[in-house]
Design a protein around this ligand. Structure first.
Ligand SMILES: Nc1ncnc2c1ncn2[C@@H]1O[C@H](COP(=O)(O)OP(=O)(O)OP(=O)(O)O)[C@@H](O)[C@H]1O
Ligand SMILES: O=C(O)[C@H](O)[C@@H](O)[C@H](O)[C@H](O)CO
Length: 173
């Protein structure tokens, strides 16, 4: 009997696009282990963003590697995962795909006005002034990348249901 590789769902998109919220909603349905990408940033990265300066590729590589390593560890143990990570560029997603064969990206999108409004009404180290550079850096999923696009202007439980339906996953009892 062959065992299929576990799924690794990465909720991607610019800051404030609702990655963590959607991932939590999916976790509530599936019970899979979840990692918040922001928690893996070294303190220098967080300090840089908090001071209103965007990260560079060089700032991001080590962080992405640590996320791929977290995923890979679980992949080898046969465990599916959920991760929130901006994964803005194709090359960043290439690193994350090393975490496991069945990596699937859920790209959270929304109008800039809505994202700004949501960023401004939450407590977070990321200033809304960085949204512009996040949008400039973003590279959309390419046709050969496994994933889907979801508009964040709908309730988290509906987003979660769409993700499960797309992958044929069934909520735990
Ligand atoms: N589907 C939704 N409906 C209503 N509000 C939402 C939705 N998704 C997220 N929000 C709100 O928008 C804000 C940003 O959401 P969230 O923290 O999940 O985004 P994020 O992409 O993980 O952000 P970051 O990458 O900056 O940490 C939060 O205040 C959250 O409650
Ligand atoms: O690649 C990046 O620039 C970072 O991941 C940011 O996106 C933040 O970590 C996150 O969005 C914080 O809110």
């Amino acid at each position: 009997m062959t065992t299929e590789s576990p799924w690794h769902l990465v909720f991607m998109g610019v800051s404030g696009s609702g990655k963590s919220t959607a991932a939590h909603a999916v976790r509530d349905l599936l019970g899979w282990e979840f990692a918040e990408g922001d928690d893996f940033h070294p303190p220098e990265n967080v300090a840089k963003m908090a001071s209103g300066r965007p990260l560079t590729d060089a700032d991001r590589w080590g962080w992405l590697e640590s996320l791929a390593a977290w995923t890979r560890e679980r992949d080898e143990a046969g465990q599916p995962t959920l991760l929130s990570c901006s994964a803005l560029r194709r090359s960043y997603r290439d690193v994350l795909r090393r975490g496991g064969e069945r990596t699937f990206f859920v790209h959270m999108t929304g109008d800039k006005g809505l994202l700004l409004q949501r960023m401004e009404t939450r407590e977070h180290f990321m200033p809304s002034s960085l949204l512009e550079s996040q949008l400039d850096t973003l590279e959309l999923l390419e046709p050969d990348e496994e994933g889907m696009v979801v508009n964040v202007a709908q309730p988290p439980n509906r987003i979660a249901a769409m993700v499960l339906a797309r992958l044929g996953l069934v909520p735990r009892a």
